[in-house]
Each structure stands twice: as C-alpha cells, then as structure tokens.
Design a binder for this molecule. Structure first.
Ligand code: GAR
Length: 200
C-alpha cells in the first residue's frame, strides 16, 4: 500500500521535479504522486507533471474567490488524497482547511524557521531579507501546516552557508539545491511511511 500524494504548486515547480525524481530513484517508496494542483493556470510546474504522466488540475483563486478552498477540497477528496505537499504554493490556507487535513499537509519554506518566515515571507523575498539582515547561515525547513503561516511542527531542516557577493537569486538557487530538493523528498517519504504504518 502507498500513500496517495497530491502536490500543490504555483510556479516553476523545481521542488515538484525533485519529488518526481525522488520517486523515480527510489527515495520515495511509501507514497505515489497522483495529482498536481495549481492555483496558477500558467505555472510551469503543470508542464512538469504532464511530462511525467501525472494528472493535473487548476484551481484558480482569482476566478473562484470565496469558493476557492471548497473547490480545492472537492478535487483533493475526489482523488482520495492522503497527504498534501505545498511545493512553492503561494496561497495561505484557512484554519478550516488546515484543521480538516491536520498532520496531512507539509510545506517547504526557504529559511531556517523561525527566522524569515510567516505572512509576507515567500519566494525571493525570504532571501532578500536574510541578506539584508546579514545572517551568515540560512537554509530550508519542511514542516506540517497549521493555521499559523509557517508555524506548524518542524519535520526537517538543513543549513546553507551564505557567501560574500551573494544576490537573492544566487542564494535562492543554493538553498534549493543544497537543502530544499533534498529535505522535501526525505520528509515526504518519512510522513508517507508513518501514514501507512498507522493504517496497518
Ligand atoms: C521555493 O524556494 C519554496 O521554498 C518557496 O518558493 C520557491 C518555489 O520554487 N516557497 C515559499 O516561499 C513558501 N512560503 P519552485 O516552484 O521551483 O519549487
């Protein structure tokens, strides 16, 4: 038995790609990515899913407005989702949503939480703020998602060195390569294994 994984994306999808690669190379064996949902119809992540034969869906927050989360829940439940991965998903989910899927949503964040996290800290902004502050070490965190943005229980973290001359773009790439793309697949496998073991 494998846990049924749905991945939520908004943009380029390099973290989604890391998960697909990890599934192919046998790092993820306790779950299977069966669905990729984007709030952005133009997300390149959707192309990555299609190229790999994974079902896709678009749930457009701008068009759906207040009905956005109801539609998201409908798609997730129709597909019998066991575990939801936020992989560069740029929408904040309500308490109602996070409570419904308690301990069933994980997120990757590009800093060492509790630094540079919470409302307004996403994507490149996180690295801009880390450089502005002058920290010498940053990294990435994978955590469970609850009603507090970036506030759920931490699953894994990995530190990454900041180097002289770093720009936000250079730092973002290093954090992805050295931390996010490694700890997201490892964390997902750990959580899937726990879900399967709990069901036996
Ligand atoms: C990643 O760095 C991810 O950690 C970050 O956005 C990027 C998405 O890249 N997520 C957040 O900031 C969420 N708060 P990707 O689409 O190439 O995976």
């Amino acid at each position: 038995m494998k846990a049924n994984i749905s991945v939520l994306v908004s943009g380029g999808g390099t973290n989604l790609q890391a998960l697909i690669d990890a599934q192919k190379s046998g790092i993820i064996t306790s779950g299977e990515i069966n669905l990729v949902i984007s709030n952005n119809p133009n997300a390149y992540a959707l192309e990555r899913a299609k190229t790999n034969g994974i079902k896709t869906a678009v749930c457009n927050k701008k068009e759906l407005g207040n009905a956005f989360e109801d539609e998201l829940i409908k798609i997730l439940d129709e597909n019998k989702t066991d575990i939801i991965v936020l992989a560069g998903f740029m929408c904040i989910l309500s308490e109602q949503f996070t409570t419904k899927y308690a301990n069933r949503i994980i997120n990757v964040h590009p800093s060492l939480i509790p630094s540079f996290c919470g409302k307004g800290f996403y994507g490149l902004r996180v690295h801009e703020e880390a450089l502005k502050y002058g920290v010498k070490v940053t990294g990435a965190t994978v955590h469970f998602v609850n009603e507090i943005p970036d506030g759920g229980k931490i699953i894994m973290q990995k530190a990454v060195e900041i180097k002289d001359g770093d720009t936000p773009e250079i730092l973002q790439k290093r954090v992805m390569k050295e931390a996010e793309w490694k700890i997201l697949p490892l964390s997902l496998e750990k959580v899937c294994k726990e879900i399967i073991n709990a069901g036996e």
